[in-house]
Structure formats: structure tokens, C-alpha cells
Design a binder for this molecule. Structure first.
Ligand SMILES: C[S@@+](CC[C@H](N)C(=O)[O-])C[C@H]1O[C@@H](n2cnc3c(N)ncnc32)[C@H](O)[C@@H]1O
Length: 267
């Protein structure tokens, strides 16, 4: 039995990364891989693909900090500021950046606390598989607009609903999402998502649908991973992963929940 107690962050992160030294905690982008850390890195690169070496980056919802290594080592950005709400994830992220010698300033605060920060500080605000948790996401869009420079960009990997979702499907999701720490206010259809960004002052909004690359891939991975590791690990932590995987597979047949890579510019 693998000793998961030695992991200092959430058990589900520990289980997801079994077999490698990484600390990812997202749903992955599975177009070219079946390997969890590779898929997570690919999702990070989808969001970070236009980062430049002159960029001052604010990353919100950093989890255990793995993505910060990409921003510095792969994209070579000028500065990194990171925010994480969970104290356990935050502590692990701090240790991780020290271990990998990453220059980043981290805050254990809520995403929307940036409303009180100085305006016009960042070239890029990033949220990698995290914004659907914020209370609320719409308030976060406003806050991101506040801290971005006039030529800045907001980039997200995020979940929303299909414009075609039935009212029955919508009501069913409203009943389920609190169990996944997703506030009901964040259940937005794609067109509402677009409008919410526009109302927060963003322009040139692009939403690229990657539902099958993300949710389809995670649905298959969760089953494979369980088959591979279930005999070597204790049960705790698996429930959330298996439930998420089951929802992903159901959704591939249904299509009510969509996953997208979103960019929105200040001007
Ligand atoms: C699905 S995980 C993704 C973690 C990381 N971005 C990654 O790709 O591995 C979502 C993260 O967002 C954090 N989070 C949730 N609500 C938040 C909030 N209101 N403010 C900041 N972080 C939040 C969670 O604690 C969690 O670490």
C-alpha cells in the first residue's frame, strides 16, 4: 500500500499524481496523451500559450503550485504572483516553489480579494481550472479587469453550460453542484458567460470549446487510474475522483456541461 500520509496536500491531488513526482490538480487536456501529468501540463499550456517574457502574471487558484514552474521555466515570464484559497494547497505550493527555485509571490487569500489591490498591475491574469469555484465568478471578472493593465489579457480554462441545455438539465445541475463546491450563481450558459465578461469591461472575447479533450479525457482516465492503483491505495480520496469521472462520462453523452479555453482583452 502506497503511503499517502506523507503527502501534505489534499488526498485527491495525491491520488491523481500517483506514479509521478508532480502536484497537478486539474482535469487535463487529453488530445495527445493518456498520462495525467502530461495532460495537466498541456491544459496549462493551452491557457498560457501566448505568455511573453515581459509579462507580469497574476495566477488565481494555483493549487499545489505545479503550473508556476511552467510560467517561469517554459515561458520565462517577468514576474509571478499567485493566489490560493486552501491553506493546505497554499503551504504545499510554497514548498514546491522553494524546492524548484521559482521566483513567485504567493498569497493565501480568496480570488475576489484582489478587488482591493492597486489597479493596472498585471499584463495577464490566469485562472487554470478554478474560476467555477469563485463566489462569484462574475465578481472575479470585475476584479480581474481592475488589476489588469489597459493592454492586459484574462485567460481561463473553465466550465460553463451549453446554450441548448434543457431547463430540466439546468435544475438537475443546480441540485448537484453544491457538492462540487460550485456556487449556483456560476451555472452560466455560454452566451451568459460571454455577456458576463463583456459587462465586466472585456473585449475581443474568445471561447474555444475543448469539452471532449478535457471532460472526455478525464472520464476515461479516472477509470484507468482506479484499475491501476486501487489495490495499492486506501479508499479515501477516490470518491471525488470517481464521481467527477462518472459525471464527465455521462456529460459526453448528454452535452449539457461545456469546457472551454477563454481569452478576453482589456481593449
Ligand atoms: C481544480 S483545482 C486546480 C488547481 C491548479 N490550477 C492546477 O491546475 O493544478 C482548483 C483550485 O482552485 C482553488 N480555489 C477554489 N476557490 C478559490 C477561490 N475562491 N480563491 C482562490 N482559489 C480558489 C482550490 O483550492 C483549488 O486549489
Amino acid at each position: 500500500v502506497i503511503n499517502l500520509d506523507s503527502w501534505r496536500y489534499a488526498l485527491d491531488f495525491a491520488i491523481l499524481n500517483l506514479g509521478s513526482e508532480t502536484a497537478w490538480g486539474n482535469l487535463g487536456y487529453w488530445a495527445e496523451t493518456k498520462h495525467y501529468p502530461t495532460a495537466c501540463r498541456a491544459l496549462a499550456h493551452q491557457v498560457g500559450q501566448e505568455l511573453q517574457s515581459s509579462d507580469q502574471v497574476l495566477d488565481v487558484g494555483i493549487g499545489a503550485g505545479q503550473q508556476l514552474i511552467e510560467w517561469q521555466q517554459h515561458f520565462g515570464v517577468k514576474s509571478i504572483t499567485g493566489i490560493e484559497l486552501s491553506p493546505r494547497h497554499f503551504r504545499f505550493a510554497q514548498q514546491r516553489i522553494q524546492h524548484h527555485n521559482i521566483q513567485a509571490t504567493l498569497y493565501n487569500i480568496n480570488a475576489n480579494d484582489i478587488t482591493n489591490w492597486h489597479a493596472d498591475q498585471f499584463d495577464r491574469v490566469i485562472s487554470l481550472d478554478s474560476a467555477y469555484h469563485y463566489r462569484t465568478r462574475q465578481a472575479f471578472f470585475h476584479a480581474a479587469n481592475h488589476v489588469l493593465r489597459p493592454d492586459g489579457v484574462l485567460s481561463l480554462a473553465d466550465m460553463y453550460l451549453s446554450d441548448d441545455i434543457s431547463s430540466w438539465g439546468y435544475q438537475a445541475l443546480r441540485a448537484v453542484t453544491p457538492f462540487a463546491s460550485i456556487p449556483k450563481d456560476n451555472l452560466m450558459r455560454e452566451s451568459d458567460y460571454f455577456n458576463a465578461l463583456q459587462q465586466s469591461g472585456f473585449k475581443h472575447i474568445q471561447i474555444r470549446d475543448v469539452t471532449s479533450e478535457v471532460l472526455g479525457g478525464f472520464g476515461e482516465f479516472s477509470n484507468r487510474h482506479w484499475q491501476q492503483y486501487r489495490r495499492q491505495t486506501l479508499l479515501g480520496g477516490w470518491a471525488k475522483i470517481l464521481f467527477t469521472g462518472w459525471l464527465c462520462r455521462r456529460n459526453m453523452a448528454w452535452g449539457g456541461v461545456r469546457y472551454g479555453i477563454i481569452t478576453a482583452q482589456m481593449t
